[in-house]
Write a protein that binds this ligand. Structure first.
Ligand code: C2E
Ligand code: MG
Ligand code: MG
Ligand code: MG
Length: 288
Protein backbone atom coordinates (compact mmCIF):
# COMPACT_ATOMS: atom_id res chain seq x y z
CA UNK A 1 0.00 0.00 0.00
CA UNK A 2 1.37 3.40 -0.90
CA UNK A 3 2.20 5.87 1.81
CA UNK A 4 -0.17 8.83 1.92
CA UNK A 5 1.26 12.13 3.09
CA UNK A 6 4.66 11.95 4.78
CA UNK A 7 6.27 14.44 2.43
CA UNK A 8 9.78 14.03 3.76
CA UNK A 9 10.30 10.28 3.65
CA UNK A 10 13.97 9.74 2.91
CA UNK A 11 15.09 7.20 0.38
CA UNK A 12 17.85 4.83 1.43
CA UNK A 13 19.41 2.40 -0.89
CA UNK A 14 21.83 -0.39 -0.43
CA UNK A 15 23.98 -2.52 -2.74
CA UNK A 16 21.71 -5.53 -2.40
CA UNK A 17 18.68 -3.72 -3.86
CA UNK A 18 18.07 -4.71 -7.45
CA UNK A 19 18.74 -2.21 -10.20
CA UNK A 20 15.07 -1.33 -10.74
CA UNK A 21 14.53 -0.55 -7.07
CA UNK A 22 17.72 1.53 -6.92
CA UNK A 23 16.60 3.37 -10.01
CA UNK A 24 13.25 4.22 -8.47
CA UNK A 25 15.06 5.43 -5.40
CA UNK A 26 17.25 7.82 -7.36
CA UNK A 27 14.24 9.00 -9.33
CA UNK A 28 12.34 9.67 -6.11
CA UNK A 29 14.97 12.16 -5.00
CA UNK A 30 14.94 13.89 -8.39
CA UNK A 31 11.14 13.87 -8.61
CA UNK A 32 10.87 15.51 -5.20
CA UNK A 33 13.15 18.26 -6.44
CA UNK A 34 11.18 18.65 -9.69
CA UNK A 35 7.89 18.99 -7.81
CA UNK A 36 9.43 21.52 -5.42
CA UNK A 37 10.94 23.58 -8.22
CA UNK A 38 8.04 23.62 -10.68
CA UNK A 39 9.65 21.07 -12.98
CA UNK A 40 6.40 19.27 -13.84
CA UNK A 41 4.73 20.52 -16.99
CA UNK A 42 1.36 19.78 -18.55
CA UNK A 43 0.46 18.74 -22.09
CA UNK A 44 -3.07 18.65 -23.51
CA UNK A 45 -4.76 16.10 -25.72
CA UNK A 46 -8.00 17.00 -27.52
CA UNK A 47 -11.22 15.01 -27.19
CA UNK A 48 -13.62 15.43 -30.13
CA UNK A 49 -17.36 14.95 -30.35
CA UNK A 50 -18.44 12.36 -32.92
CA UNK A 51 -21.65 14.35 -33.43
CA UNK A 52 -19.95 17.58 -34.52
CA UNK A 53 -16.31 16.68 -35.13
CA UNK A 54 -15.38 19.58 -32.86
CA UNK A 55 -13.00 19.52 -29.92
CA UNK A 56 -15.06 19.62 -26.73
CA UNK A 57 -12.31 19.20 -24.13
CA UNK A 58 -8.63 18.64 -23.56
CA UNK A 59 -7.15 16.08 -21.17
CA UNK A 60 -4.30 17.51 -19.10
CA UNK A 61 -1.38 15.07 -18.91
CA UNK A 62 1.58 15.60 -16.58
CA UNK A 63 5.10 15.55 -18.02
CA UNK A 64 8.47 15.32 -16.32
CA UNK A 65 11.61 15.87 -18.35
CA UNK A 66 14.50 14.58 -16.27
CA UNK A 67 17.60 16.80 -16.67
CA UNK A 68 19.81 13.80 -17.52
CA UNK A 69 17.41 11.08 -18.62
CA UNK A 70 14.92 13.05 -20.64
CA UNK A 71 11.17 12.33 -20.52
CA UNK A 72 10.07 9.90 -17.79
CA UNK A 73 6.79 8.04 -18.54
CA UNK A 74 3.91 9.38 -16.40
CA UNK A 75 2.85 5.88 -15.37
CA UNK A 76 6.29 5.54 -13.74
CA UNK A 77 6.66 8.93 -12.06
CA UNK A 78 3.03 9.04 -10.91
CA UNK A 79 3.47 5.68 -9.20
CA UNK A 80 6.71 6.88 -7.58
CA UNK A 81 4.88 10.04 -6.47
CA UNK A 82 2.14 7.86 -4.98
CA UNK A 83 4.64 5.78 -3.06
CA UNK A 84 6.59 8.66 -1.60
CA UNK A 85 3.87 11.11 -0.64
CA UNK A 86 4.38 13.55 -3.50
CA UNK A 87 0.96 13.05 -5.07
CA UNK A 88 -1.01 15.70 -3.20
CA UNK A 89 1.43 18.45 -4.21
CA UNK A 90 2.00 17.16 -7.75
CA UNK A 91 -1.74 16.74 -8.26
CA UNK A 92 -2.44 20.23 -6.99
CA UNK A 93 0.15 21.72 -9.34
CA UNK A 94 -1.25 19.94 -12.40
CA UNK A 95 -4.78 20.99 -11.42
CA UNK A 96 -3.73 24.61 -10.97
CA UNK A 97 -1.78 24.75 -14.25
CA UNK A 98 -4.64 23.13 -16.18
CA UNK A 99 -7.29 25.41 -14.66
CA UNK A 100 -5.18 28.51 -15.21
CA UNK A 101 -4.61 27.70 -18.88
CA UNK A 102 -8.20 26.58 -19.49
CA UNK A 103 -9.58 29.80 -17.99
CA UNK A 104 -8.41 31.62 -21.13
CA UNK A 105 -9.94 29.11 -23.58
CA UNK A 106 -13.32 29.53 -25.32
CA UNK A 107 -16.09 28.85 -22.85
CA UNK A 108 -17.38 25.73 -24.65
CA UNK A 109 -14.10 23.86 -24.13
CA UNK A 110 -13.53 21.93 -20.91
CA UNK A 111 -10.36 20.64 -19.34
CA UNK A 112 -10.03 17.16 -17.85
CA UNK A 113 -7.62 16.53 -14.97
CA UNK A 114 -6.62 13.06 -13.73
CA UNK A 115 -6.94 12.41 -10.00
CA UNK A 116 -4.93 9.84 -8.10
CA UNK A 117 -6.85 7.80 -5.52
CA UNK A 118 -4.47 9.19 -2.91
CA UNK A 119 -5.74 12.72 -3.50
CA UNK A 120 -8.98 11.61 -1.86
CA UNK A 121 -7.12 10.69 1.31
CA UNK A 122 -4.98 13.74 1.89
CA UNK A 123 -6.50 16.96 3.17
CA UNK A 124 -9.80 18.30 1.91
CA UNK A 125 -9.84 17.56 -1.84
CA UNK A 126 -13.10 19.41 -2.50
CA UNK A 127 -11.84 22.51 -0.68
CA UNK A 128 -8.56 22.41 -2.60
CA UNK A 129 -10.42 22.23 -5.91
CA UNK A 130 -12.82 25.04 -4.99
CA UNK A 131 -9.85 27.17 -4.00
CA UNK A 132 -7.98 26.49 -7.26
CA UNK A 133 -11.10 27.30 -9.31
CA UNK A 134 -11.53 30.56 -7.44
CA UNK A 135 -7.89 31.52 -7.84
CA UNK A 136 -7.72 30.71 -11.55
CA UNK A 137 -11.19 31.97 -12.45
CA UNK A 138 -12.19 28.73 -14.21
CA UNK A 139 -15.94 28.04 -13.82
CA UNK A 140 -16.60 24.66 -12.17
CA UNK A 141 -18.71 23.63 -15.16
CA UNK A 142 -15.61 23.68 -17.35
CA UNK A 143 -13.65 21.23 -15.20
CA UNK A 144 -13.77 17.47 -15.60
CA UNK A 145 -12.11 15.08 -13.15
CA UNK A 146 -10.99 11.64 -14.32
CA UNK A 147 -10.98 8.94 -11.68
CA UNK A 148 -10.00 5.29 -11.93
CA UNK A 149 -11.41 2.24 -10.26
CA UNK A 150 -8.42 2.16 -7.91
CA UNK A 151 -9.95 4.80 -5.73
CA UNK A 152 -13.15 2.97 -5.16
CA UNK A 153 -11.49 -0.06 -3.60
CA UNK A 154 -10.59 2.06 -0.62
CA UNK A 155 -13.12 4.00 1.35
CA UNK A 156 -16.04 3.68 -1.03
CA UNK A 157 -18.63 5.73 0.84
CA UNK A 158 -16.25 8.57 1.59
CA UNK A 159 -15.00 8.71 -2.03
CA UNK A 160 -18.50 8.83 -3.50
CA UNK A 161 -19.43 11.51 -0.97
CA UNK A 162 -16.54 13.70 -2.14
CA UNK A 163 -17.35 13.01 -5.81
CA UNK A 164 -20.98 13.95 -5.21
CA UNK A 165 -19.97 17.22 -3.55
CA UNK A 166 -17.76 18.02 -6.56
CA UNK A 167 -20.49 17.08 -9.01
CA UNK A 168 -22.94 19.30 -7.13
CA UNK A 169 -20.61 22.22 -7.92
CA UNK A 170 -21.06 21.49 -11.64
CA UNK A 171 -17.80 19.61 -12.16
CA UNK A 172 -18.10 16.58 -14.47
CA UNK A 173 -16.84 13.26 -13.14
CA UNK A 174 -15.43 10.78 -15.65
CA UNK A 175 -14.69 7.11 -15.08
CA UNK A 176 -11.24 6.63 -16.64
CA UNK A 177 -9.75 3.45 -18.14
CA UNK A 178 -13.03 1.59 -17.83
CA UNK A 179 -12.88 -2.15 -18.22
CA UNK A 180 -9.42 -2.79 -16.85
CA UNK A 181 -8.27 -3.45 -13.31
CA UNK A 182 -11.00 -3.62 -10.73
CA UNK A 183 -13.58 -1.46 -12.42
CA UNK A 184 -17.05 -2.73 -11.72
CA UNK A 185 -20.44 -2.14 -13.30
CA UNK A 186 -21.69 -1.67 -9.74
CA UNK A 187 -20.03 1.78 -9.64
CA UNK A 188 -22.68 3.07 -12.01
CA UNK A 189 -25.27 2.14 -9.43
CA UNK A 190 -23.40 4.04 -6.76
CA UNK A 191 -22.59 7.19 -8.71
CA UNK A 192 -23.89 9.08 -11.76
CA UNK A 193 -20.69 9.45 -13.77
CA UNK A 194 -20.98 12.01 -16.55
CA UNK A 195 -18.81 10.06 -18.95
CA UNK A 196 -17.07 6.73 -19.14
CA UNK A 197 -13.71 6.43 -20.89
CA UNK A 198 -13.21 3.11 -22.66
CA UNK A 199 -9.68 1.90 -22.03
CA UNK A 200 -7.26 2.08 -24.92
CA UNK A 201 -6.51 -1.64 -24.71
CA UNK A 202 -10.03 -2.44 -26.00
CA UNK A 203 -9.86 0.16 -28.76
CA UNK A 204 -6.49 -1.10 -29.99
CA UNK A 205 -7.86 -4.65 -30.29
CA UNK A 206 -11.41 -3.91 -31.37
CA UNK A 207 -10.96 -4.74 -35.06
CA UNK A 208 -9.10 -7.99 -34.45
CA UNK A 209 -10.84 -9.21 -31.32
CA UNK A 210 -14.59 -9.86 -31.43
CA UNK A 211 -14.53 -9.88 -27.62
CA UNK A 212 -13.03 -6.38 -27.42
CA UNK A 213 -15.53 -5.18 -30.01
CA UNK A 214 -18.42 -6.67 -28.03
CA UNK A 215 -17.16 -5.08 -24.80
CA UNK A 216 -16.99 -1.66 -26.45
CA UNK A 217 -20.45 -2.14 -27.93
CA UNK A 218 -21.80 -3.07 -24.49
CA UNK A 219 -20.20 -0.08 -22.75
CA UNK A 220 -21.55 2.32 -25.38
CA UNK A 221 -25.00 0.74 -25.02
CA UNK A 222 -24.80 1.08 -21.25
CA UNK A 223 -23.75 4.71 -21.64
CA UNK A 224 -26.78 5.41 -23.83
CA UNK A 225 -29.19 3.76 -21.38
CA UNK A 226 -27.71 5.62 -18.41
CA UNK A 227 -27.31 8.97 -20.16
CA UNK A 228 -23.52 8.81 -19.91
CA UNK A 229 -21.23 9.93 -22.71
CA UNK A 230 -18.60 7.49 -23.89
CA UNK A 231 -15.03 8.51 -24.72
CA UNK A 232 -12.91 6.03 -26.67
CA UNK A 233 -9.25 6.35 -25.65
CA UNK A 234 -6.28 5.63 -27.86
CA UNK A 235 -7.94 5.94 -31.28
CA UNK A 236 -5.07 5.53 -33.73
CA UNK A 237 -6.64 4.57 -37.06
CA UNK A 238 -9.47 5.79 -39.27
CA UNK A 239 -10.87 2.23 -39.22
CA UNK A 240 -11.17 2.34 -35.44
CA UNK A 241 -12.74 5.80 -35.63
CA UNK A 242 -15.33 4.67 -38.18
CA UNK A 243 -16.24 1.59 -36.16
CA UNK A 244 -16.62 3.67 -32.99
CA UNK A 245 -18.80 6.23 -34.76
CA UNK A 246 -20.91 3.38 -36.14
CA UNK A 247 -21.39 2.03 -32.61
CA UNK A 248 -22.56 5.42 -31.36
CA UNK A 249 -19.56 6.36 -29.25
CA UNK A 250 -19.98 10.04 -28.32
CA UNK A 251 -16.33 11.17 -28.07
CA UNK A 252 -12.94 10.16 -29.42
CA UNK A 253 -9.40 10.74 -28.15
CA UNK A 254 -6.16 9.43 -29.60
CA UNK A 255 -3.13 9.93 -31.77
CA UNK A 256 -5.32 9.88 -34.90
CA UNK A 257 -6.71 13.22 -33.78
CA UNK A 258 -3.63 14.52 -31.98
CA UNK A 259 -0.89 13.54 -29.59
CA UNK A 260 -0.72 15.48 -26.31
CA UNK A 261 0.93 18.85 -26.96
CA UNK A 262 1.52 22.18 -25.22
CA UNK A 263 -1.59 24.38 -25.11
CA UNK A 264 0.14 26.92 -27.36
CA UNK A 265 0.09 24.38 -30.21
CA UNK A 266 -3.72 24.41 -30.20
CA UNK A 267 -4.09 28.12 -30.66
CA UNK A 268 -6.18 27.55 -33.79
CA UNK A 269 -8.77 25.71 -31.68
CA UNK A 270 -8.41 27.70 -28.50
CA UNK A 271 -8.79 31.06 -30.23
CA UNK A 272 -11.56 29.98 -32.58
CA UNK A 273 -15.07 31.31 -32.28
CA UNK A 274 -17.38 28.28 -31.97
CA UNK A 275 -18.93 27.51 -35.34
CA UNK A 276 -21.60 24.88 -35.11
CA UNK A 277 -21.84 22.33 -37.86
CA UNK A 278 -18.27 22.75 -39.02
CA UNK A 279 -16.34 19.53 -39.19
CA UNK A 280 -13.08 19.93 -37.33
CA UNK A 281 -12.23 16.38 -36.31
CA UNK A 282 -8.82 16.68 -37.88
CA UNK A 283 -8.41 20.29 -36.91
CA UNK A 284 -6.60 19.38 -33.73
CA UNK A 285 -3.27 19.17 -35.46
CA UNK A 286 -1.97 16.40 -37.64
CA UNK A 287 -0.78 13.22 -35.91
CA UNK A 288 2.93 13.20 -35.23
P1 C2E B 1 -4.76 8.16 -18.91
O1 C2E B 1 -5.40 9.10 -17.96
O2 C2E B 1 -5.58 7.00 -19.35
O3 C2E B 1 -4.30 9.05 -20.14
C1 C2E B 1 -4.32 8.62 -21.48
C2 C2E B 1 -2.97 8.11 -21.89
O4 C2E B 1 -3.05 7.52 -23.18
C3 C2E B 1 -1.90 9.21 -22.01
O5 C2E B 1 -0.66 8.61 -21.66
C4 C2E B 1 -1.94 9.52 -23.50
O6 C2E B 1 -0.76 10.13 -23.97
C5 C2E B 1 -2.11 8.13 -24.04
N1 C2E B 1 -2.69 8.12 -25.39
C6 C2E B 1 -3.65 8.91 -25.89
N2 C2E B 1 -3.97 8.59 -27.14
C7 C2E B 1 -3.19 7.55 -27.47
C8 C2E B 1 -3.05 6.74 -28.67
O7 C2E B 1 -3.72 6.92 -29.67
N3 C2E B 1 -2.13 5.74 -28.63
C9 C2E B 1 -1.37 5.49 -27.53
N4 C2E B 1 -0.48 4.51 -27.60
N5 C2E B 1 -1.46 6.23 -26.39
C10 C2E B 1 -2.37 7.24 -26.36
P2 C2E B 1 0.39 9.34 -20.71
O8 C2E B 1 0.35 10.82 -20.94
O9 C2E B 1 1.65 8.59 -20.86
O10 C2E B 1 -0.21 9.09 -19.27
C11 C2E B 1 -0.31 7.81 -18.76
C12 C2E B 1 -1.14 7.79 -17.52
O11 C2E B 1 -0.48 8.52 -16.47
C13 C2E B 1 -2.50 8.45 -17.66
O12 C2E B 1 -3.39 7.57 -18.31
C14 C2E B 1 -2.84 8.70 -16.22
O13 C2E B 1 -3.33 7.54 -15.61
C15 C2E B 1 -1.48 9.04 -15.64
N6 C2E B 1 -1.36 10.50 -15.54
C16 C2E B 1 -0.90 11.39 -16.44
N7 C2E B 1 -0.94 12.65 -15.94
C17 C2E B 1 -1.46 12.54 -14.68
C18 C2E B 1 -1.76 13.49 -13.64
O14 C2E B 1 -1.62 14.72 -13.76
N8 C2E B 1 -2.26 12.97 -12.46
C19 C2E B 1 -2.48 11.63 -12.30
N9 C2E B 1 -2.97 11.21 -11.12
N10 C2E B 1 -2.22 10.73 -13.26
C20 C2E B 1 -1.72 11.18 -14.45
MG1 MG C 1 -7.13 10.05 -17.98
MG1 MG D 1 -7.51 6.83 -19.54
MG1 MG E 1 -5.08 4.81 -19.49
Amino acid sequence: RAKAGGGSSACFYSPEMDKAARDRCVLEVDLRRAVEQGGISVLYQPVVSTATGLTTSFEALARWIHPQRGPIPPDLFISIAEECGLVPELGRQVLETACREAASWPSHIRVAVNLSPLQFESGDLAATIVEVLARTGLPATRLQLEVTEGLVIRNVDRVFEILQALRDLGIQILMDDFGVGYSSLGYFERFPFDKVKIDRSFVSRMLESPVSYAIIEAVIGLGKRLGMGTVAEGVETAEQMNALVQLGCTHLQGYLISRPRPAADFEHILRAVPQTGQADARGAGSPS
